[in-house]
Design a protein around this ligand. Structure first.
Ligand code: GLA
Length: 490
């Protein structure tokens, strides 16, 4: 559409666009008006940055909150996230050459420009432009058009709400739209999950899939290898409250190594178990994901897990020497198969060893919890859903070791203040807690938790973090399941 025409339209016929916004974000008239004003301001900003660009489109891609199923995606076990009303918005205009030119509305992120070419190298680790590159450069076809773009985002970064994947998804859709390509969303989600590994994190496919396929009022059970989704209706009497611990969990830098340690440990644990299964069942089959193992044993249950835990994986951590011995390979083969990172360096043996049993046990139990949690929602068994959330948190804290003292405090207090369930959401090592609340209790829950955490705990334990009373609603909010990514006002 023509940018001048659309700016005029928003001035004259604002009300015409309110319904679309209300449907996407599941919000009221006032919030819809705020979004429209924001779009208007972004359009004006875009016009100043790219006065020559007349034909524009607007893409949005939401962040997500995962209700249950953490660190299961890269193990081919299911997850249960919702898309939220915080998102990345891109105003763009296709260009005739293959250059991508991007400004960020936030002046903290500098202008970036690159060519769509197989010779384009990543920016330095941690650079925001790498997420745009990941969203564009996975497409290997030649002769594709670039775009001019202004990017805006309101997903708090490093908070476990997938701001980075939303940027990858929004960039990919902008690229495809600029080249008039209508993607199959499931295939695209699969591609983008692989593409995001460009930034060096060995993540799974949850974030890209929910950002692309999220549904109003529904959670999605996402299954992997092969990727498929199932919509799960959220009972009307409950809601989910997100609380940001304000402890940043950036997936770039050091936290990326902490994150990558988990997929590495899972892969090693699986191969130790594979070895046992080959001997015990006389099978020649090697499972490539923990999830495939679970799926191929229809009677996979607690007894089976206990058998493996008791007979195969030690409680104590493993050293490289021990693993090499069990797997019957040499140290070089071990490093190349399990420890090689995207940037060509090797992951070092952790000072406390590889915790194979703990990681394996957590992942298997968490995968089974997701299936039970979906049944619970479908049968309106809210109490059971809450109980599973809490079990998931204990597993994440004690076996997967991805919690923090702040998250522990929030979960403990939330359960005292009326939450039916509470757990950390996202990769962990900081970030957010998600709480299951009856709608009727939401107001008092929000008030109590604001007071306890943002006005008492944080000032006492983290005086360096300043909590602005006026924007505390940005740190603790009810999140409604929203629509997945796409063009708006097309
Ligand atoms: C990050 C990754 C996801 C998933 C979660 C943990 O968000 O990007 O793929 O592994 O952590 O559940």
């Amino acid at each position: 559409m023509n940018i001048d025409y659309f700016i005029q339209e928003l001035k004259k016929n604002l009300s015409k666009y309110i319904d679309e916004i209300k449907n996407i974000y599941q919000c009221d008239d006032n919030s819809a008006l705020e979004y429209l004003n924001l779009c208007n301001n972004l359009l004006i900003e875009f016009k100043t940055l790219f006065p020559e660009s007349k034909e524009i489109g607007i893409i949005r891609a939401p962040g997500r909150v995962n209700l249950i199923g953490e660190h299961t995606d890269y193990n081919a076990l299911p997850v249960l996230p919702i898309a939220i009303d915080k998102n990345i918005i891109i105003i763009f205009s296709p260009v005739n050459d293959s250059t991508i030119r991007i400004y960020n509305h936030d002046p903290g992120f500098e202008y970036r420009e690159f060519e769509i070419s197989e010779n384009t190298k990543p920016y330095e680790t941690g650079d925001w432009g790498n997420y745009v590159k990941a969203g564009v450069l996975w497409n290997k076809e030649k002769g594709k058009k670039g775009f001019n773009a202004l990017i805006y985002g309101d997903i708090p970064s490093a908070a476990g709400l997938s701001s980075s994947s939303a940027l990858v998804v929004a960039s990919a859709l902008t690229f495809l739209q600029s080249n008039n390509i209508n993607p199959d969303l499931l295939l695209l989600a699969d591609e983008l999950a692989k593409a995001e590994q460009y930034v060096g994190t060995m993540g799974g496919g949850m974030d890209q899939t929910i950002s692309l396929l999220g549904k109003e009022n529904k959670a999605l059970q996402i299954n992997f290898h092969p990727l498929s989704v199932k919509e799960v209706v959220i009972p009307n009497e409950i809601c989910f409250v997100v609380i940001n611990s304000l402890v940043k969990a950036p997936k770039t830098k050091n936290a990326r190594l902490k994150y990558n340690r988990r997929p590495i440990e899972c892969k090693i644990a699986l191969d130790v178990v594979n070895k046992y299964i080959v001997n015990r069942f006389n099978s020649a089959f090697n499972y490539s994901f923990i999830g495939n193992l679970v799926k191929s044993f229809p009677s996979f249950n607690q007894n089976f897990i206990n058998d493996i835990l008791d007979n195969v994986l030690n409680k104590e951590s493993y050293s490289t020497a021990q693993i090499v011995n069990i797997l019957g390979i040499d140290e070089e083969q071990f490093k190349d198969k399990y420890l090689l990172l995207k940037d060509g360096s090797y992951f070092d043996e952790p000072h406390d060893g590889f915790k194979l049993r703990q990681r394996f046990q957590y992942v298997i139990e968490e995968g089974l919890r997701v299936s039970r949690a979906v049944d619970a929602l479908e049968n309106n068994n809210i109490t059971l859903f809450g109980k599973l959330m809490v079990e998931s948190y204990f597993g994440a804290r004690d076996l997967y070791e991805i919690s923090t003292p702040e998250i522990d405090f929030l979960v403990r207090e939330a359960l005292k203040c009326g939450a039916i369930g509470s757990r950390l959401t996202g990769a962990g090592f900081g970030g957010c807690v998600i709480n299951l609340i009856y709608k009727k209790d939401a107001y008092s829950f929000l008030e109590k938790m604001k007071d306890l955490y943002f006005f008492k705990y944080i000032p006492e334990t983290h005086p360096e973090i300043s909590v602005n009373k006026n924007i505390v609603d940005n740190y603790i909010f009810i999140c409604k399941p929203c629509r997945g990514a796409g063009l708006i006002f097309s």
